[in-house]
Write a protein that binds this ligand. Structure first.
Ligand code: HEM
Length: 146
């Protein structure tokens, strides 16, 4: 018998390496312990249970993200190409399109934090300067007229 790739769902031909079964975020959420740890990175589901002890960054960080979308934490660390290659070994399937985070240049959380820093770095100082300027003018004109 020649070794054949398992087709879990049967409704897809296992053509290409990424044609795995589809999971909801709820299903992934149940695998959030060291007994079974799954996480989502870029819309793909990974079973990292057997990787926990091997992870160079430690198992705590993985367990913290287990059962969740770990894309942001994974990217924040700036994992190497090697690390990205390793992901393939743990791939179990795709996340349901409904639970997929919108990715790309405009991540909603990025925008909101971006706006927060925009407010604190620009608008508050500008507003402060305007108020000071107005107070100064008021004070000066007052001084001259009376
Ligand atoms: C299956 C998913 C993951 C794989 C295959 C993976 C793999 C690796 C590898 C190979 C390294 C060594 C450095 C490198 O080559 O970049 C590393 C480091 C690290 N990883 Fe992960 N990682 C995964 C998920 C995560 C997640 C979700 C976090 C969450 C915060 C994380 C946090 C870290 C940290 C903090 C380091 C140490 C960085 C350092 O010491 O410079 N990793 N990981």
């Amino acid at each position: 018998m020649e070794p054949r790739q398992r087709t879990e769902t049967g409704d897809r031909t296992a053509e290409g390496e990424e044609a795995g079964p589809v999971f909801t975020l709820e299903e992934v959420g149940k695998r959030n312990s060291s007994r079974e740890a799954w996480l989502v990175i870029h819309g793909r589901v990974y079973d990292v249970t057997r990787f926990l002890e091997e992870h160079p960054g430690g198992e705590e960080v993985l367990l913290e993200q287990a059962g969740k979308d770990a894309t942001e934490s994974f990217e924040d660390v700036g994992h190497s190409t090697d690390a990205r290659e390793m992901l393939k070994q743990y791939y179990v399937g795709e996340i349901h399109p409904h639970d997929r985070k919108k990715e790309g240049s405009k991540d909603p959380s990025m925008t909101s934090s971006g706006q927060a820093s925009f407010w604190s770095t620009w608008l508050i100082p500008i507003f402060g300067a305007l108020v000071l300027g107005l107070m100064y003018r008021y004070y000066m004109s007052d001084g001259r007229t009376s």
